[in-house]
Design a protein around this ligand. Structure first.
Ligand code: GLN
Length: 384
């Protein structure tokens, strides 16, 4: 293994899902729903398979039906205009979009600023691109993880190439406010930075807040690569259909990397996701309402079990503080939790460079059936 990757070992999601399987625990670690997405979307995939659409290599940028649906989605939801032919790229999940964007846009030695805690593939992909990551830490304040704008400003140096943003934010559940995004945008314009914004949880804003795409702020459209994924919005994480929207120049750059990573992927599923993006609002509202109820079920239960709970405004993760339970090391806590309670969670420390900042925090996923969450809560309440 080369030096760029040696530090990363096995992703925490594989480690913790294997631990759940080995111990027969309830897996609230890796974020995937235990109920598949809409029947009509599954049927659309079956139809595409049967009719021979996408069974052979689809076009490199993605099938036109899906690119058009993505452009329509950005326009109708956010008023953002993208040309499906030159400004939309379909990828193998958001994961490949992140990798391709970083590999395409980062020169060796460039600094990439990422909000810490950060999704684990960010660090590995910045390293593969030869970049240096510069974390800016989100810190809990009044029940919300907050971005310190002065710290963000101070992190920019002449070597900074781009900002890597994520809202709604995994693992903290923070939804960046318009004021925070405006400050990020202002900084990006002032220092002439590119931005990659990971908005895979765009439809999982659970509080009564809007999702604001960074690209919709003044000066941002042509310096921003926006990433999303069908995995989260439609509960088909195994299909690996993601995408980017960006200016023609940035899209061409990302495609240059993507063509040598996977070339293409997910043929028949692309057609199904094109249909999914056109589901009526009732679907998206229903998903949010369901997850809001599950967030509250799990958060209330974790509070009763003695955890400090950061109730998330978005995503399907809740970050907890284990110090009220007398524990301080989330990694030890998560490794022993299956034996002690038959539940698996994710230690937030793995998403930090400043590990001490994340040590006492543990993330639980609530994209699970109500009976599963109730059983998990019952088990965790017996911990105290
Ligand atoms: N995004 C999911 C999570 O944060 C897991 C994705 C993965 O396993 N790579 O839990």
């Amino acid at each position: 293994l080369n030096r760029r990757l040696a530090a990363f070992g096995t992703t925490i999601f594989a480690e913790m899902s294997a631990l759940a399987a080995r111990t027969g625990s309830i897996n609230l670690g890796q974020g995937f729903p235990d109920t598949d997405g809409p029947e009509e979307v599954r049927e659309a995939a079956v139809r595409a398979l049967r009719e021979g659409r996408g069974n052979q290599y689809p076009p490199g940028p993605g099938v036109p039906e899906l690119r058009t649906a993505i452009a329509d989605h950005q326009r109708t939801r956010y008023g953002l205009e993208y040309d499906p032919d030159t400004e939309v790229l379909v990828t193998a999940g958001a994961t490949e979009a992140i990798a391709a964007a970083l590999l395409a846009l980062v020169e060796p030695g460039d600094e990439v600023i990422a909000l810490e805690p950060y999704y684990d593939s960010y660090a590995a992909c910045v390293a593969m691109a030869g970049g240096t990551r510069v974390p800016v830490t989100l810190r809990p304040h009044d029940g919300r993880y907050v971005l310190d704008l002065d710290e963000l400003r101070a992190a920019v140096t002449p070597r900074t190439r781009l900002l890597l943003l994520n809202t709604p934010h995994n693992p903290t559940g923070t939804v960046l406010t318009r004021a925070e995004l405006a400050a990020v945008a202002e900084l990006a314009v002032e220092r002439d930075l590119l931005v990659i914004t990971d908005e895979v949880y765009e439809h999982l804003v659970l509080d009564d807040l809007p999702h604001i795409p960074l690209a919709s702020l003044p000066g941002m459209r042509d310096r921003t690569v926006t990433i999303s994924s069908a995995g989260k919005t439609f509960s088909f994480t195994g299909w690996k259909v993601g995408w980017t929207t960006a200016s023609p120049a940035l899209t061409t750059a990302v495609r240059s990397a993507k063509q040598f990573l996977t070339y293409v992927s997910s043929g028949p599923f692309q057609y199904a996701v094109a249909e999914a993006l056109r589901l009526p609002d009732a679907y998206f509202d229903g998903l949010r309402a369901e997850l809001r109820a599950k967030r509250d079920l799990l958060s209330d239960g974790l509070e009763r079990a003695g955890f400090g709970v950061h109730r998330p405004a978005g995503t399907y993760f809740v970050t907890t503080d284990i110090r009220p339970l007398g524990a301080t090391d989330g990694l030890d806590f998560c490794r022993s939790l299956p034996e002690r309670a038959g539940v698996v969670a994710i230690p937030n420390a793995v998403f930090y460079d400043h590990r001490a900042e994340g040590a006492p925090f543990v993330r639980f996923a609530f994209c699970k059936r109500t009976d599963v969450l109730e059983e998990a809560v019952a088990r965790l309440e017996r911990l105290a």
